[in-house]
Design a protein around this ligand. Sequence first.
Ligand code: ADP
Ligand code: GLC
Length: 486
Amino acid sequence: MRIVFAASEMYPFAKTGGLADVAGALPKALVALGHEVKVILPRFRSIDPSLFSMETIDEFEVMIGQQRHRVEIKAHEMAPRLKVYFVEHPGFFDRESLYSDGSGDYPDNDQRFICFSKAVPEILRRLEYQPDVIHCHDWQTGLIPAYLKCTYQKQGLFEKCRTIFTVHNLAYQGNFPLDTFPLTGFGWEEFTLHRMEFYGKVSFLKAGLVYSDVLTTVSPNYAHEIQTEEFGSGMDGILRERALDLYGIVNGIDVKEWDPQTDQALAANYGASTMIRKKPVNKAFLQKENDLEVNPKIPVIGMVTRLVEQKGIDTVAAILEPLEKARIQLVLLGSGSSRYQSLFTKIAGQYTGHFSFHLKYDEKLSRRIYAGSDFFLMPSLFEPCGLGQMIALRYGALPIVRSVGGLADTVTDYHQDSESGNGFVYEGSTAQDLLGAIDRAVQVFGDKKLWTALQKNAMKCDFSWKVSAEKYIELYKHARRKTALR
Ligand code: ADP
Ligand code: GLC
């Protein structure tokens, strides 16, 4: 099949979270199944043209309201049948970060992603390329299915092409004031309750949910959850209406990128058979580099996360004292909202020797945390899929997770009598609930034989992309058979 991906992040080019991992790995898995994939991304500053060979292949103008914007299109051949196209517009994309700076979201995010979304089908038209499907990801690309339906297909272009829209996180919606609407170029008939209007605003996410032929999200459990008021972020009504077109496909991880046997960042490489001897070397290294007591008997909990409310950060702040009392070490690597950044920067000093906080984005350190920790914590309030717990399992760090979204789909709770399971899953949302789970986990940690058995279960889990990529192909085929949504 001919598949086009439109996304605002893709590992290794631009990343703030799991979306980048998915947009980096899924295309490779689709190519491995024999298909052809073109990925289209904005050319952010982090994408250094001197590091990736790319050639300018086109240049054209995009209208945003009454203003003409010039974009340049660069192409990079990643692998046979896998090409990446970058939409270059320095005024919009050559910035320090992807979506926001210290003072909040960039005020022109509407224009930035109108520009990107208009450029995507235009590139394909000018290349005279007929994709079977365009697979869009999150609100930044929500307008693309709308441009396809309302503009191109009405002109008889891309008539056979179908659009798939994947929700990686329903909480990020790209909702903009009414003034944004004229900038999109759509007629006012598209600004209704059943189209792009969302409580008086224009919602790019809603556009994706309304105009796409097929909808997916990144785990079966989250696909159910988002149809409820509790997890629906105001979009549950529209998702219930589209329930028959909504599928949950769990993410995989790139098992070559995330492999403790070859990971260059580790103090010692290991696999399931060498884990017992080599993982402790990584643990000791992590304890040492974090000024924690180097002692194999003290449990180390790792956490690598965006510091945002979604991730249950408040409960983490609330357990620092009980953890210290219980002599449990915690290493936290994260960056995100200024509220949490300053909170942890302020309180970290009170728990030196037990709690180590790194305020940054650091992939190498994240790898050492996955390898050196005994447990990996994800007390998320909601979690569409979550990749951290899958990486942790692969590195033999047992996840302690809240029973939500993809966490519930990928982590199986340890049951005392069965020696089955690969981690610790808990209900409830309070610090007490979390401490209860940590307590259970630490008890198992004290039983060497059982502990090793669980670590082996964890490392045996197969989270490679192949199975999920096959599911996407089935879905693309299904979308092709559908009559285009009008
Ligand atoms: P989300 O996409 O909601 O942030 P996921 O668990 O799906 O959550 O994916 C998070 C990804 O980002 C993982 O690959 C994780 O290792 C990485 N990550 C998050 N924060 C950091 C950080 N501060 N430094 C390095 N990697 C991080
Ligand atoms: C989002 C979600 C996360 C998911 C990732 C990739 O960032 O928060 O749960 O794993 O997208 O789909």
